[in-house]
Design a protein around this ligand. Structure first.
Ligand code: GLA
Length: 726
């Protein structure tokens, strides 16, 4: 609920309040935290001087605010930065209006099902440019989104170098920033950095949100945790700065790196929506962000839909397959209960390795034996059919490149840098986008695909488009067009489930999630490494959005099939190896796993996720629990990651269960274990630390698990009664 009264803007969600005050010409940020009672005066939150005239540095420039310009006498990083043709950089925005509006327009995806929107209007007293900030409320998840629109009302051309989405200023002299960083095959590792002075920043300069730093961050200030994310897939930047005046400034949004956006008179530029949520604990941040994704980002036709158990041939065959081999894999898959076959890279153009073919999105009949026929045969087995594509890329050795070298992202006269032997496509060229839309929709429809894995396997280097007058707009306009293309294709194929992929999880963000309900978690399918990648991912993104597959064990010691299942089950689940080579006993185990997953699919995919303990990054034990809305059933996986032969004795606590409900806890029988472990207990005990899962502490009798790898067990927890003593 947004309330405008006196000089105040009070933006309430059911459990939080953001209070902004228009004071003289500033938009003061008085408060963001747990919900406050309505009152006609909150002036006591800010007693500093706000009048620019005669003020000293420690008041005017350091008053907490939600928007800052660079013409303030402040050292701090600020919200927007632009200049005119004469290089005049000074701008000083005054808040002139606050009103409730019906909507706004943006060329970028913005959260669905908006409730109320409040618009703050600022005018630059130097250039006369107009800046709007839009705050939107999402009650079901305590989220507020915010973004900006800079309108060139100056009458002259201006060049925008920075336009952020969200600014929050808190009073404080220290903060902890939690970031999710990594590399290809090692995405979203959690890091916690304490800052007491200066500016901490992370960003992406790679043209995609990247594995290096995910746009999701958390900032802990006193007993508040603030979660921030962006509905955006390109270069981004997150800054947290502590000023000597005891202020913590947080700014998130587009990266200003290589950003120089020309705005002619009358034109405007819209920044991506930033998502913000505040709570006293991280658990609430996670639960609210999961709800926000499913209710306001993911395509509602898929948001709560069952995800099929799939098999993907990539790690099973790589490029080396024939239609016949694929059909054999599908036949075995069907026998063990798998529901969909996904044909990965290598089915199109001339593509027997990663050096050619990208861009030629037509059937390599010699290899597939006829893609349509293959898909039909797979469907005749009773499986759905999925297909891999990598539309935003082009191989030099491709028909498309030979016919249209100008489709590649490359600077005329300069030898472009290649990655994985490929060039990126110039998405700022509408002609390429039309070509891609036509070709892809045609093949998806002809073949009748049920699922598309949309890959993106390189970062940008030679950023240039012959279609742009001003190359400083490239990083923004790439995504305006990319989103347009995704919108067109997903609307033309409304029944197709799309999975985003970028060398695994290198573009895992809310922008992609808006069009593609799933994201391949990581090219690293090693179950031990996945524990950490997944734990990092699930802090902000729901498990149904995260592709997780059981692959062959690549590690030494080998990780047993049952633990590989336990780890992959917390996601959009599947298998990814050549199961035609699996011995009978292995197929029998897989069959049981698939049946178990299907039986509890709703919990696996849509149960409320809680991380157990302090997390596997920090402690020896951990795992997760997925609890139904009614708290009448749950699935938990507990992990002892100690790799030694004799592990230390670990104890556990579940989470999220109802304290006064009596549950039965039933261990999923594992084919590599002799014993099972079942007991009953009340939720209050199960939620308390101290549960002893004995067998997890010792190497198992069974040879497969007795290998020194980590140990894991899965439990099904079901309500059997209510307490009567409370
Ligand atoms: C990327 C993906 C993989 C696979 C290969 C195919 O690396 O992340 O899952 O699709 O491309 O080339």
């Amino acid at each position: 609920m947004i309330k405008l009264f006196g000089e105040y803007v009070k933006i309430d969600t059911p459990n939080t309040s953001l209070i902004i005050k228009k004071h003289e010409d500033r938009a003061l940020m008085l408060y963001y935290g747990k919900k406050l009672n309505d009152h006609d005066d909150y002036g006591y939150f800010s007693k500093g001087k706000t009048d620019r005239r005669g003020a000293s540095n420690d008041d005017w420039a350091n008053i907490p605010s939600v928007m800052s310009s660079n013409g303030e006498v402040a050292q701090k990083t600020n919200y927007t930065n632009f200049h005119d043709e004469n290089g005049l950089f000074t701008n000083r925005f005054n808040l002139v209006d606050a009103e409730i509006v019906e909507g706004f327009s943006s060329p970028l995806p913005t959260a669905r099902k908006k409730a109320q929107i409040c618009r703050l209007t600022y005018i630059d007293e130097v250039s006369k440019a107009t800046l709007y900030q839009y705050y939107t409320v999402f009650d079901d998840c305590d989220v507020i989104t915010v973004h900006s629109e800079l309108v060139n009302t100056t009458g002259k051309t201006i060049f925008v170098n920075k336009l952020a989405s969200c600014q929050l200023d808190f009073v404080g002299d220290k903060a902890q920033v939690v970031t999710f960083d990594g590399t290809w095959v090692d995405e979203r590792n959690r890091h916690e950095t304490d800052i007491v002075a200066g500016r901490f920043e992370i960003d992406s300069k790679l043209g995609l949100s990247s594995p290096v730093h995910n746009p999701f961050i958390m900032v802990k200030i006193r007993d508040n945790v603030i979660g921030l994310n962006l509905i955006w897939s390109g270069n981004h930047k997150e800054e947290v700065e502590i000023s000597p005046y005891k202020r913590v400034r947080i700014i998130t949004g587009l990266n200003d790196f290589a950003f120089n956006y020309k705005l002619n008179a009358g034109e405007s530029l819209v920044s991506p929506e930033a998502v913000m949520v505040i709570a006293n604990d991280e658990k609430t941040i996670t639960s609210n962000l999961h709800k926000f994704s499913l209710n306001h980002i993911v395509n509602p036709d898929f948001a709560y839909k069952d995800r099929p158990v799939l098999i993907n041939n990539w790690e099973g065959t790589y490029f080396n397959f024939t239609g016949e081999k694929i059909l054999q894999m599908a036949t075995v898959a069907k026998k063990v209960g798998i529901e969909m076959f996904v044909l990965d890279d290598g089915w199109f153009g001339k593509r027997d390795d990663d050096r050619s073919g990208l861009g030629d999105w037509y059937d390599n009949e010699k290899k597939t034996g006829g893609l349509k026929k293959l898909a039909d045969n797979i469907k005749a087995l009773g499986l759905k059919f999925g297909l891999w594509v990598e539309p935003e890329m082009i191989s030099r050795d491709s028909d498309l490149f030979r016919a249209h070298p100008e489709y590649a992202m490359a600077i005329p006269g300069v030898e472009p840098v290649e990655r994985r032997w490929q060039l990126a496509i110039d998405m700022c060229n509408d002609e390429v986008c039309n070509y891609l839309a036509d070709t892809l929709i045609k093949i998806f429809k002809e073949v009748g695909v049920d699922y598309v894995k949309w890959d993106h396997n390189r970062a940008f280097s030679d950023v240039y488009s012959s279609k742009l007058e001003n190359q400083g707009e490239y990083h923004y306009k790439y995504y305006v067009n990319q989103y347009k293309l995704l919108d067109k294709i997903t609307k033309a194929c409304p029944d197709v489930l799309f999975e985003s992929c970028a060398s695994g999880g290198c573009r895992y963000d809310l922008g992609m999630q808006y069009f593609m309900p799933q994201n391949w978690g990581s090219d690293n399918t090693n179950a031990y490494d996945r524990l950490f990648i997944q734990e990092g991912t699930l802090v902000a993104y729901p498990q149904s959005t995260m592709g997780a597959h059981v692959a062959a064990s690549h590690s030494n010691p080998k990780i047993c099939l049952e633990s590989r299942f336990n780890v992959a089950s917390v996601g959009a689940f599947g298998y990814e190896y050549d199961i035609t080579k699996s011995p009978k006993e292995e197929l029998s185990t897989i069959k049981k796993q698939v049946a178990y997953y299907k039986k509890h699919r709703r919990l696996f995919q849509y149960g409320n996720y809680y991380k157990l303990g302090d997390g596997l990054e920090k402690t020896n034990y951990g795992g997760w629990i997925l609890v139904s809305d009614k708290k009448d059933e749950a699935i938990a996986v507990v992990v002892n990651k100690n790799l030694g032969f004799v592990a230390t004795r670990e104890h556990f606590a579940f989470a999220g269960l109802d304290d006064n409900t009596l549950y039965s806890v039933i261990m999923r029988p594992q084919d590599n274990l002799r014993e099972t472990y079942d007991f009953t207990a009340y939720g209050d005990a199960l939620n308390s630390f101290g549960l002893d899962f004995g067998s997890l502490d010792w190497a198992e009798a069974d040879e497969i698990e007795n290998s020194g790898a980590f140990r894991s067990r899965m439990f099904y927890i079901k309500k059997i009664g209510k307490a009567n003593n409370k």
